[in-house]
Design a binder for this molecule. Structure first.
Ligand code: FES
Length: 153
């Protein structure tokens, strides 16, 4: 069995995730999933004056997916759309003071969910931002290492 070392920040966000739920009158919703591990992510956004006024998430995901999305919501709340577009999984992992390498891919699910929500927002305004559309076929690609070690407890 593989024992993973999580930072205090990851454990804290996993135990007390921020911004969980769904915004009823959201301006945009992004849903992404990984067909391999079955994890799903949904982010809803409230946008005003090109700024993310509110953000919430729901997930059927692992502890890292929960912690990374919780951190992501804290980072982008109050930020401009441009700042949110530029967010990378690296920023989220850095905010959490690191993730075990084998779990870094989980942060992609959170970032993909955000980009998908932004893509849907622009689409609702008649703007086609293909650059924000996650590749549905290899969303949140499962790392080879994880397949080799099997289930992680
Ligand atoms: S999000 Fe799929 S294993 Fe973490």
């Amino acid at each position: 069995m593989v024992r993973l070392e999580y930072s205090k920040k990851v454990l804290e966000h996993f135990k007390n995730p921020r911004n969980v739920g769904e915004i009823e009158d959201a301006d945009a919703v992004g849903t992404v999933g990984n067909p391999v591990c079955g994890d799903m992510m949904e982010l809803s956004l409230k946008i005003k004056d090109d700024m993310i006024e509110d953000i919430k998430f729901r997930t059927f995901g692992c502890a890292s997916a929960i912690a990374t999305t919780s951190m992501l919501t804290e980072i982008v709340k109050g930020k401009t759309l441009k700042e949110a577009e530029d967010l990378t999984w690296d920023d989220v992992v850095e905010g959490l003071e690191g993730l075990p390498p084998i779990k870094v891919h989980c942060s992609l699910l959170a970032v993909d969910g955000l980009k998908k929500a932004l893509y849907e927002y622009y689409r609702s305004k008649g703007i086609d931002r293909q650059d924000l559309k996650p590749n549905e076929e290899d969303d949140h690609d499962q790392g080879e290492e994880e397949k080799e070690v099997g289930p992680i407890v």
